[in-house]
Ligand binder design. Structure first.
Ligand code: NOJ
Length: 556
């Protein structure tokens, strides 16, 4: 079925690192307003904002202390309303990150909850007595914070509370009816204001396992030194989660024309169908981790296999997302491409892959100019809690500090959080002040202003891709069929819709090759019209160069 959110090109903004207009070194809402023309010119139809609610900011806004107000570092609610109006005026839409698995420990609910065992808000969170003088179970927190437990002892009542992430982010108890009601009311409040949907944080973790049992999975050394088990499967996809999401859909989502994308770690295509199948009425699509967090980057076979399985979700009346990076991942050109000799070629090839595979496309800020990973010299430069927590846990368990840092750098979430590089001026003109986080030192070479002038411009390639998507429904609604399925280097596939057939050929590697016979014949027959490519194709085009991407219209 046709839906606006299937056709969308979404641009993800990490406000803190996007554009600072008041010189305090932190991006802000007015900065987004100033850059709306840039975003629109990119061909974006939906903006997705990481959390901008009031927050002590221990996890860059995923720790919310007031769901109905804006972080004062980013601006005011009035600024936000102006942004929303400006986005709508341009014919775009805006979705917000909705963090409902936990709150900040500074949220008034939690402040109440910790006061006494019979406080009316006690049941909003998971409070448990200790077991044999220790925590209620062996769960470790995902950030490797402190000694590693997912439980924090609170002296006021002599009990522990559960926090799967930071101790400053207690987990909400969705088994409590009042939590459900308060959260649904809050979500409707944003939607009534005109927001066009949500990205639901950790949405498959809202239901915890009955009885909160120990995790049976032993920790892999060298982490887990204190015996706590970081096991992200414990709270994922538990019985009751689908009933809960269906209920939220009935009470909230179904009442508006919105899009809802769930962040779901530990969900493969087979599990996903139960979340996104239209008839089930839960959520519209998920961010799965089967490609962007793939442990074997550069492996075209893994990529192809995952795409095939996720296309099957679409065939069963579901939908999916196409993204290679976000604020929790490294930069895609560094992880999947080659950010040195072939930065332009590989950044554009990866973009071609995302935009021509079936699913809603998500661009993460800076990706459209080919921003790369950063190589900071010491742990003090790093900010995000997972990298920092894991580093100290490793060092404490005896790992040499340099080895620990080197092992974490490549995957650190800070790679994608360095400030946006707008120009070659100091600090990439992200701010006129001191940036809250070091700017990637390659900003004189990689920045928006320069991209506008280059012949080989990643930015312009993105604009051409989004324009193609706007004009050609085959890119959204077309069927998907892979060719050369066993080829580990070339990714070749056809999309077909209402008599239109496209053939897409991408080289996932840095070597040059002849086309396999079958593809060469197809092209030679003179029936193919090249719509877009990241190299000039002057001769017969029978050789495919490093990270080359071509999109052909095949005349049927
Ligand atoms: C997933 C978010 O994407 C990540 O940035 C955050 O740290 C956790 N959820 C906790 O909210």
């Amino acid at each position: 079925m046709k839906r606006w959110w299937k056709e969308a090109v979404v641009y993800q903004i990490y406000t803190k690192s996007f554009y600072d207009t008041n010189g305090d070194g932190i991006g802000d809402i007015r900065g987004i307003i100033e850059k709306l023309d840039y975003i629109q010119a990119l061909g974006v139809t939906v903006i997705y904002l990481n959390p901008i609610y009031r927050s002590p900011d221990v996890d860059n806004g995923y720790d919310i202390s007031d769901f109905r107000d804006i972080n004062e570092r980013y601006g005011t609610l009035e600024d936000f309303k102006e942004l929303l109006a400006e986005v709508h005026r341009r014919g775009m839409r805006l979705i917000m990150d909705m963090v409902v698995n936990h709150t900040s420990d500074e949220h008034p609910w939690f402040q109440e909850s910790r006061k006494s065992k019979d406080n009316p808000y006690r049941n909003y969170y998971y409070w448990r007595p200790g077991k044999n003088g220790k925590e209620p179970n062996n769960w470790g927190n995902y950030f490797y914070e402190g000694r590693g437990s997912a439980w924090e002892y609170d002296e006021t009542t002599g009990e522990y509370y559960l926090h799967n992430y930071s101790r400053k982010m207690p987990d909400l108890n969705w088994g409590c009816e009042a939590v459900k009601e308060d959260m649904c009311r809050m979500m409707r409040w944003w939607l009534d204001m005109g927001v066009d949907g949500f990205r639901m944080d950790a949405v498959n973790r809202l239901v915890k396992p009955e009885g909160l049992p120990d995790s049976p999975n032993p920790p892999a050394p060298p982490v887990g030194i204190h015996g706590y088990v970081v096991d992200r499967t414990m709270c994922a996809n538990r019985p009751g989660i689908h009933e809960l999401l269906h209920e939220i859909n009935e009470k909230v989502f179904s009442r508006y024309d919105i899009m809802v994308v769930g962040e779901t770690g530990n969900v493969d295509a087979a599990l996903a169908i139960d979340y996104v199948q239209e008839e089930r009425r839960e959520i519209d699509m998920v961010f799965h981790f089967e490609i962007a967090k793939n442990p074997t980057p550069g492996n075209a076979l893994t990529f192809k296999d995952a795409q095939k399985r996720w296309y099957h979700v679409i065939e069963q009346h579901g939908w999916t997302t196409q993204y290679l990076s976000n604020h929790d991942t490294p930069r895609q050109v560094s992880q999947f491409g080659n950010d040195r000799e072939y930065r332009y070629e590989s950044a554009t090839m990866l973009a071609a892959l995302m935009h021509t595979h079936p699913g809603t496309v998500f661009i993460y800020q800076g990706e459209e100019i080919g921003m790369t990973n950063v190589d900071f010299p010491s742990i003090e430069y790093y900010n995000e809690r997972y990298t920092v927590g894991k580093y100290y846990t490793m060092v404490e368990s005896g790992v040499d500090p340099k080895t620990a840092l080197d092992s974490l750098k490549g995957m650190s979430r800070d790679n994608d959080r360095t400030p946006m590089q707008w120009s070659g001026a100091e600090n990439g003109r992200f701010t006129t002040g001191t940036p809250w986080m070091h700017v990637n030192p390659n900003y004189p070479e990689i920045n928006v202003e320069r991209e506008e002038t280059l012949e080989k411009s990643v930015l312009r390639f993105y604009r051409r891709l989004t324009a193609l998507r706007r004009e050609n429904p085959v890119m959204v609604y077309g069927s998907y069929r892979q060719l050369l399925e066993e080829d580990a280097e070339l990714i070749v596939y056809e999309r077909e819709y209402e008599g239109v057939c496209w053939l897409i050929i991408c080289n996932y590697y840095s070597n040059e090759r002849e086309f396999p016979q079958s593809v060469a014949e197809r092209l030679k027959a003179g029936q193919a019209r090249l719509l877009l490519g990241n190299y000039d194709v002057t001769d017969g085009g029978e050789r495919i160069r490093p990270y080359e991407a071509r999109i052909y219209d095949i005349l049927l």
